[in-house]
Design a protein around this ligand. Structure first.
Ligand SMILES: [Zn+2]
Length: 149
């Protein structure tokens, strides 16, 4: 009997760790997953109280940032979220759709709320909000992305 419980406990622990490794935020028992301080430290990004995520400025964070760009590139079929034109995955930049407030207080690196863009378009948009930028004409957005003469 004791061996069965021990095996079950190990199984649950393995599943929980597996879920954490996959980035799933939920405990398999349905409750809220407790993340220890050490586990938080090991993550390449910080999770803010309001749910935002900020990728750390570390080597692991840099890898995580590229990984997120790649994920968004696949999700968006390689299309720039500013001009709509396909771009090579190696030249895709992280487009923060929400404008970063003063001091970066609204920075959010979650892929759910962001996209990929051409470097030039990203620079042209600057800190403007995505909604406001998209009010520019398609021609202007294409030109900003370097897709027009
Ligand atoms: Zn573009």
């Amino acid at each position: 009997m004791g061996r069965v419980w021990k095996a079950l406990g190990l199984h649950l622990r393995t599943r929980k760790l597996g879920a954490q490794r996959l980035g799933l935020g939920a405990d398999i028992r349905g409750g809220r997953m407790k993340i220890t301080a050490n586990q938080k430290k090991a993550l390449p990004y910080r999770i803010m109280k309001d749910g935002r995520e900020i990728v750390k400025k570390t080597a692991a964070g840099s890898v995580e940032y590229r990984r997120r760009i790649s994920q968004m590139w696949h999700r968006d079929h390689g299309r720039c979220c500013l001009c709509g034109i396909w771009l090579h995955p190696d030249s895709a930049t992280f487009e923060h759709k929400r404008s970063r407030g003063m001091g970066g207080g609204t920075r959010d690196d979650r892929i759910e709320v962001n996209g990929i863009s051409h470097y030039l378009g990203n620079a042209a948009k600057g800190s403007m909000s995505y909604e406001r930028y998209m009010e520019l004409s398609p021609t202007e957005r294409l030109r900003n992305c370097g897709r027009l003469q």
